[in-house]
Design a protein around this ligand. Structure first.
Ligand code: PRP
Length: 183
């Protein structure tokens, strides 16, 4: 596939911020690290819909040990910053977590409020361990501290699209991450 042939609205997608190669190289490194750290353990990878799907699918394939996965879905009440993370689960886990090693995976963390809420919720399932892995850490927007065991890239405060990140539900399926510059 010609990766440069993605058709966007005129002037919307800005310069490439992370190329497909950069992303896949880092995902392979994270997968190798996670495979080492969880060798011999009953690993369950958990993603929060929807943006994480792309990263999670690639990360799972970069993990070379047996791993189960599951997904959660959430709804937010208004903009996260204003509601201080008032979040409700709209889809809970199917996989049991008790006594297993849970790894929460996110595509991007901004304020940290979503991850904080999800980690608190997952702890109620009494996993043997619980860690978080994020591809993009936009930590300048952090409101609440979250402990991130694996970070793909620390990024500045840019509006980005692609590889799961959207603008009004578009551009998630770009295989790279680009700056978004609306007209
Ligand atoms: C993104 C991301 C996290 C959340 C992080 O999801 O996947 O779940 O934002 O933001 P926070 O650190 O400020 O809480 P988004 O709301 O964009 O939904 P999506 O995954 O459906 O795109």
């Amino acid at each position: 596939m010609d990766r440069t042939s993605f058709t966007a609205g005129p002037g919307e997608i800005g310069p490439v911020f992370l190329s497909e190669e950069q992303i896949q190289q880092r995902v392979a490194q994270l997968g190798a690290e996670i495979s080492r750290d969880y060798a011999g353990k009953d690993l369950v990878v958990i993603g929060v819909l929807r943006g994480v799907l792309f990263f999670m699918a690639d990360l799972l394939r970069a993990i070379s040990i047996p791993a189960a996965f599951d997904v959660l879905a959430i709804a937010r009440y208004g903009p996260t910053e204003q509601t201080q993370g008032v979040v409700r689960l709209t889809k809970d886990l199917n996989e049991p977590l008790r006594g297993r090693h849970a790894l929460l995976v996110e595509d991007i963390i901004d304020t940290g409020l979503t991850t904080h809420f999800i980690m608190r919720t997952l702890r109620l399932h009494e996993p043997a361990s619980l860690k978080a892995c994020v591809l993009l850490d936009r930590n300048r927007r952090r409101i609440i501290n979250v402990d991130l065991a694996y970070v793909g890239f620390e990024i500045p405060d840019y509006y980005l699209v692609g590889y799961g990140l959207d603008f009004r539900e578009q551009y998630r399926n770009l295989p790279y991450v680009a700056k978004f510059e609306p007209d």
